[in-house]
Design a protein around this ligand. Sequence first.
Ligand SMILES: [Zn+2]
Length: 305
Amino acid sequence: MPGIPICAAMTEMTETFSDTLLGFTVPERNARGRVVRMDRVLDAVLSAHDYPAPITHLLGEALVLGALMGGLLKGETAQMTIQAQTNGGIVKLLVCDYRAGAVRGYVDFDGARLGTLGANPTLEALFGEGYLGITFETEADQRYQGIVPLEGASLAEACESYFSQSEQIPTLIRVASRAGGNGRAAAGMLVQHLADGEEGRERLHVRLDHPDWEHVAVLAGTISHDELLDPALSLEAIVWRLFNEEEEVRVLPGAALTRGCRCSPEHYTAIIARFPADEQQGMRGPDGVIAVDCAFCSRTFALAI
Ligand SMILES: [Zn+2]
């Protein structure tokens, strides 16, 4: 069984590291989870953009969700991508992905219309009628994609719907974020029930009312935003606080989180090469160079193709 059993002493000894992902399981209940907290990584991703507060908040939530869901995957090449899209919404597109601890994301939005919304716009005000696409690409090149309506009070709720509708896995997700004061921070927790107790097996009897899941969901649901963001509480301490009355809880260290972008001159050269020669010609500046901006990290590449 992966991971090591957690005990009270561990939660006291473990320092609080930011930009960290922790996995855990409650074996008797067939439940597994992830807890994540990010601050420097969040600043690094957001510093590439000059986003207003509501968009910063939205992308922060998406990055936490990316780490929580992407952290379920095994392997260096496995990737999880979140894509939220609308027709005519103020936020046109939000993309965020996770690969081996590296997170990145960007938002394309209408700044003028956003300015009319006030400080705390609802998800519906931001997106209007939209949908959320979630794609898991495994190490073995298997690809799972699900698309759900972008509904609910938050991106986290929409992700819960993805798991219940597309994957039939009962899932609880909480995300909290904070700006100002002690700096920007975001944190989250994901807990889900694997009815057959083994990851990857076909689940024939999915029940949202399974007594084990009800029990785990009630415990996990008591976590507060303040606890998720409290620097005095380590991630281990959060898990311990919620599940210490269970027979056993095991924790497994997750990847250290980093800001990652996989853009490179070679990457963009390969993309440009797919365009017909006359279209490539139209992309060239007066000096014959094609300039490409990476939407994720805002780096500019001058390609002399
Ligand atoms: Zn980039």
